[in-house]
Design a protein around this ligand. Sequence first.
Ligand code: KG4
Ligand code: ZN
Length: 360
Amino acid sequence: MLILGFESSCDETGVALVDASGSATPRLLGHALHSQIEMHQAYGGVVPELASRDHIRRVLPLTDAVMAQAGVPLSAVDAIAHTRGPGLAGALLVGSGVACALGMALGKPVIGVHHLEGHLLSPFLSADPPEFPFVALLVSGGHTQLMRVDGVGRYELLGETIDDAAGEAFDKSAKLLGLGYPGGPALSKLAQQGDPAAFKFPRPLLHSGDLDFSFAGLKTAVLTQVKRLAHAHPDGPATAHLADPLTPQQKADVAASVQAAIVDVLVKKSLAALEETGLQRVVVAGGVGANARLREQLNAACAKRKVRVHYPELHLCTDNGAMIALAAGLRVQAGRVDLTQGAAGYHFDVRPRWPLAELA
Ligand code: KG4
Ligand code: ZN
């Protein structure tokens, strides 16, 4: 069964084709991605209207590229999947509009996929796929959640952020240091030159006894530290950017220290989730899952406890179409999608806010 998937929930247009025949783990036959990062950089963050318009421009050429890569015609596609939510409403509508129109034209079923289900199942496309059950640490720009995953569609929320997401904490700290958007990759690169123990940033809710997170206080702590360093400089804070008076070493030290604080909390809470559930397997998904320090620290802590850790392939950590087509394929294989409803099963209505735990 060939499934064509579309992702357009935020600032990446992703299209992919997977083969989900029988009960074998779905295979990726082709995928293409266009990142809008460069376009949004000038604004320091994603501009929703520009995102929607760019998805419209990119989605059909990317689809042609995927079909050419896979070497099959559109008529060979058995089902079409799209991200139904959560995400930016206008951006989501582009993917759902294209998927439903294509489904209608080809007379094929359309499957609306939850974006976070895509992320959390994405390691199934890696060379070392996980087995159920596992603890999932979902860390993206919009979400930070720990889930217990017993199977496809069987998700129990263990804890989540009560304010900012981990990716947001990276992005906001990076902005305070005058780094570009998105800040996560830039901050983690700069952190390589810094001392993670240079500044003691707070580890919020580390000992709260539950599995919730809070990262909003971190940006205030980073702001206070950057201001302190800037004021101590002879040029003072009267520069274009608050962080300009800081030496490259000071900036790297702040980056390394804030990264250490975020990673510390993510690792400790993941270990607590493993302990609470008694599970021996953890899956890390979402953009922040690409972070090298998170991988190092989590791998080391889990190796000690004989816990297996799984990650998506590095290029599938951030948003992409492959994870959406894959999630649809796994849902079909698990018997969680009714493919016989025809157009009545189309979900043109998107769900910008959609708790993962509501999925069945
Ligand atoms: O999953 P994703 O592509 O989009 C959402 O669904 O949000 O995640 C994007 C987030 C951004 O906040 C970005 O800064 C962060 O993932 N990110 C990283 C790294 N690569 C991406 N954060 C830390 N270290 C990285 N290497
Ligand atoms: Zn995402």
